[in-house]
Structure formats: structure tokens, C-alpha cells
Design a protein around this ligand. Structure first.
Ligand code: NAD
Length: 468
């Protein structure tokens, strides 16, 4: 597959240079793809700017049709896209298929929304209406853990509301996004969607670009802060979906086996590289040993390997930097708790770490307090839900969290006081295109998905007319 070119002004073009993309399961070069220069970024922004007035004035039904056609194109290439995603990102093929399918569904969801005019007042004195107008050129910056689904949080919402887009995937996972550029290039007028790839070096130029009106960013908190600072000069809008350290609070009365299975799934999906993965489990002392034992059984049973191989349930870490970071966190945790499953990288090629469970560990350690973003879960013993809630809330992060209890009133009470954007009860990490999503504290700013997410791509425009 290939040749993995940039999409600028409706044309697939070579990059000013090229870069190598590594398969994390083999550490071999998977493909060489286009790498944009700063001049090509400027060309992409200029094309988006030129395309904006006509796209803004295109009837919303036409924009809807374009989004549905894009969804069809993505879904129609399901097999190719999923294989590519597995090879560049590492996740098992079934999960990659789910991501591609999900991305198409998100395009369809946004195509179903409307941006209706609202009558705020219609009295003898005046008629006041509000409308939602597009902003102009929107930059969409995406990380490497879910290249396609996170792209689909942004691109269809931006396009439906009449903006034009410059999309940039992460340096280590550009291929599936460039493949989509190739698939959809004739479905939109030139310049409406531009896709560039970089070697992690164009972000600052994007956020500071005077002709970009909004940056929709998903990535780490550290980079998010730079995005906000870079956007300040031109006072461009930002939506920041950043890191997290989600706590799961498991109260007395839960069935250890059933709960452990769900906790395991919530912690280890995508090898733990999920912003809303369970990153610390606070488990009541009455079921602590049983939950730890069950988690260890599930960890030992995981089939860790190349995502293309049938039967693999967990792939590698996506890149070497993350692999080494997670190994470092595990090493440190060894002296602070008891590793009861996993804990070692496998021998040979590939950034594989077996799912790792650490028990008898507490807050104040790097594994519990930081965002590990990898396949290692600390399990902390608690004697009281209130105490667990205050420990969960002590984090600088506030993305998601969950309460696990048979007593739903109690669960609702604790959930209502958790300082996060989302709290799940008796489940974790469920996202859907119609459910707004966003982080509190250092986990971000603004909302994606749902009607609220759509409106963030618009400017409120009020017309206030005198009567009588
Ligand atoms: P990252 O911040 O290193 O990179 C994210 C993107 O930003 C990449 O495309 C990168 O090239 C670009 N970038 C780099 N420097 C930039 C700059 N100065 N200005 C603008 N853009 C720049 O993050 P990552 O390591 O790729 O992803 C992992 C992180 O993303 C984790 O912290 C994870 O929790 C977070 N994440 C958050 C969500 C969410 O919705 N809240 C979802 C997924 C991942």
C-alpha cells in the first residue's frame, strides 16, 4: 500500500522530505511516507483559507452528503485500513477493525446533526435570534494511540459546521490517516480537508499560525500547555483533550471475579494506552485479595504478540519512548509494591510488555500518581469509599473515573463528587459519538462529541432586530 502522500489543496503531493514509519511489533520499517515542511504547512493552511468561504456557504445538506460519502469510503476500505492501523499502531486486528468501523460511525453521527437557528426572544420590542457560524480554518492534531477514532472526534464536526481543516496525525502513526486522505480526496472540494504529516516538528507552527482560527488537540498535558500558549497570540480557540489518571473505586459487595474481568478490560485495552484507561484501582479490603488474584490470572492468560497474528489479545507499546518509560515505571514500582503478574519485557524484537499487576502499593508512588499509559495496573487496598474518593480527587488530572457498587444510590453520591469530566458506574471507558466528552483540571479544556462538541467548532452569532 502507499505511497502515503500529503493531501494539500485537493492534490496528493510528495512531502518536502520523507520519513520512516516503524512497526512496533517487529521494530522493522513498515513504510516510508511523506513528511511536510513548514512551507507545505503554509500551503495547506492557505488552501484551507481559500476554500473556506465557499464551504461555509455550501448548504448543510451538501456537507452532510460529503460526510456520509467519507464514512462509506472509510468503511469500504475496512480491511486495508485495519491492517495498516495494526501494523503502525500495534493493536490487535479485531480492535483495529473496531476503530475503523467506529471512525466511519462517528462521521455518520455528525452528518445527522443540525445547527438550527434559535429564537431567543420574539416580543413586541424585538426579535433576537442566534445562529452558529463556522470559525474558518481549524487544525486537528491527533496522538498515536487511536489515530482514526480521535481524528473522527474532530474532522466531521469541523466540516459539518462549515470549517475547513488541516489535519495532522502523530509522527509514529501517520499511515492510516494518509490512506484516508487518499480515499476521500475527491469527495470534498479542493482545500476543504488537508492532511499533512510531520516528524513531531510542526506542532508549534500550527498552533501559532495566524490563519488558523481553532486548534482541536488531543495529546499529552505537557504538549497541551504548549498549544494553549502558542494559540494565545492570535487568541485562537482551543479544545484540549489531554492526559488522565482514571481511578476505579471498587466498593464492598461486588463479585470479585466478574468485577476483576471488567476492571482488566478497562485497564489493558490498547495495551493500556488509552486516555481513559483505568490507571489505578482502589479496591475494598473485603475483596482485595480475590480481585488481585483474579487480575493476575487474567494477566497471565493474555496472549501478547503481533496484532496481525490470530489469537493475539494484546499488542506492543506503540513506540520505543513509551516502551522505555513504562519499563522504568515498573522498575520503580517493584520496590514499592508486589508485582504479581507480568513485569518484564519479552525477549526479542518488538516493544512488548506483558500485562503487569502491582498490589500492596499506595498513593505517593509514580505508578499510582502519574499517567503510566501502558499495560501496568496498581491495585490499592481501601477500607472506605470516601477515603478512596478523596485520593482519586487528589490527582491533578480529571479525565474519567468509575464507581463499582451494587448500591446505586451510594454510587451516584460518590460519582457526583468525583472531580472528572466523566464518571462511569459499574463500567469504565465507554464513549459514544452522542455523549459529550471532556476533561477537568489538567486533563483538558472544552468538550468533544455530541451537540456540545459540535458547537465548539462554531461562533455564536446573535441578530437583534428592533420591532414596532
Ligand atoms: P503528544 O502530546 O506527544 O502528541 C500529540 C500530538 O501533538 C502529536 O500529533 C504531536 O506531533 C503533536 N505535537 C507535538 N508537539 C506539539 C506542539 N508543540 N504543538 C502542537 N502539537 C504538537 O501526545 P502523545 O504522546 O502522542 O499521546 C499520548 C497522550 O495523549 C497521553 O497523555 C494521553 O492520555 C493523551 N490522550 C488524551 C486523550 C483525551 O481524549 N483526553 C485521548 C488520547 C490520548
Amino acid at each position: 500500500m502507499g505511497p502515503f502522500k500529503l493531501l494539500i489543496d485537493g492534490q496528493l503531493v510528495d512531502g518536502a522530505s520523507t520519513m520512516s514509519v516503524i512497526n512496533p511489533a517487529t521494530e522493522q520499517e513498515l513504510a516510508v511516507c511523506a513528511r511536510a515542511s513548514k512551507a507545505q504547512l503554509d500551503q495547506a493552511v492557505a488552501a484551507a483559507k481559500r476554500a473556506f468561504p465557499a464551504w461555509r456557504d455550501t448548504p448543510i445538506d451538501e456537507r452532510r452528503k460529503a460526510l456520509n460519502a467519507m464514512a462509506d469510503a472509510i468503511q469500504g476500505d475496512l480491511q486495508n485500513l485495519a491492517r495498516l492501523l495494526t501494523q503502525e499502531q500495534g493493536k490487535p486486528l479485531a480492535d483495529a477493525m473496531g476503530e475503523v468501523f467506529g471512525a466511519a460511525a462517528f462521521f455518520r453521527y455528525f452528518a445527522s446533526l443540525d445547527l438550527p437557528e434559535k429564537v431567543i426572544e420574539d416580543s413586541d420590542a424585538r426579535r433576537v435570534v442566534s445562529r452558529r457560524r463556522p470559525l474558518g480554518v481549524v487544525a486537528a492534531i491527533v496522538p498515536w494511540n487511536f489515530p482514526l477514532i480521535l481524528m473522527a472526534f474532530k474532522v466531521p464536526a469541523a466540516l459539518l459546521s462549515g470549517n475547513t481543516v488541516v489535519l495532522k496525525p502523530a509522527a509514529t502513526t501517520p499511515l492510516s490517516t494518509l490512506r484516508i486522505a487518499e480515499l476521500v480526496k475527491d469527495l470534498l472540494p479542493p482545500g476543504v480537508l488537508n492532511v499533512i504529516a510531520d516528524a513531531n516538528d510542526l506542532g508549534a507552527a500550527i498552533t501559532a499560525h495566524p490563519d488558523i482560527r481553532k486548534v482541536s488537540f488531543t495529546g499529552s498535558t505537557e504538549t497541551g500547555k504548549k498549544v494553549m500558549a502558542g494559540a494565545a497570540e492570535a487568541l485562537k480557540r482551543v479544545t484540549l483533550e489531554l492526559g488522565g489518571n482514571d481511578a476505579a473505586i471498587v466498593l464492598e459487595g461486588n463479585d470479585p471475579k466478574a468485577t476483576a474481568g471488567k476492571i482488566f478490560a478497562g485497564a489493558f485495552q490498547n495495551s493500556g494506552q488509552v486516555c481513559i484507561a483505568i490507571k489505578r484501582a482502589y479496591v475494598h479490603e473485603s475483596l482485595y485479595d480475590a480481585v488481585c488474584d483474579e487480575l493476575a490470572i487474567l494477566a497471565d492468560a493474555a496472549v501478547v504478540g503481533d496484532g496481525l497474528e490470530q489469537g493475539t489479545t494484546m499488542g506492543p507499546l506503540q513506540n520505543k519512548t513509551q516502551f522505555e518509560k513504562v519499563l522504568g515505571i515498573i522498575e520503580e514500582a517493584r520496590g514499592q509494591g508486589k508485582v504479581i503478574a507480568g513485569g518484564l519485557p519479552h525477549e526479542g524484537k518488538g516493544y512488548f510488555i506483558r500485562p503487569t499487576i502491582v498490589r500492596d502499593i499506595s498513593d505517593g508512588t509514580r505508578l499510582v500518581d502519574e499517567e503510566q499509559f501502558g499495560p501496568v495496573l496498581p491495585v490499592i487496598k481501601i477500607s472506605d469509599g470516601e477515603d478512596a474518593l478523596s485520593r482519586a480527587n487528589a490527582s491533578d488530572y480529571g479525565l474519567g473515573g468509575s464507581i463499582w457498587s451494587k448500591d446505586l444510590d451510594r454510587a451516584m453520591d460518590l460519582a457526583g463528587r468525583m472531580d472528572t469530566g466523566t464518571v462511569w458506574i459499574n463500567k469504565h471507558a465507554e464513549l459514544a459519538p452522542n455523549i459529550p466528552f471532556g476533561g477537568a483540571k489538567l486533563s483538558g479544556m472544552g468538550t468533544e462529541l455530541g451537540e456540545e462538541g459540535l458547537s465548539e467548532f462554531t461562533q455564536m452569532h446573535v441578530i437583534n432586530m428592533a420591532k414596532g
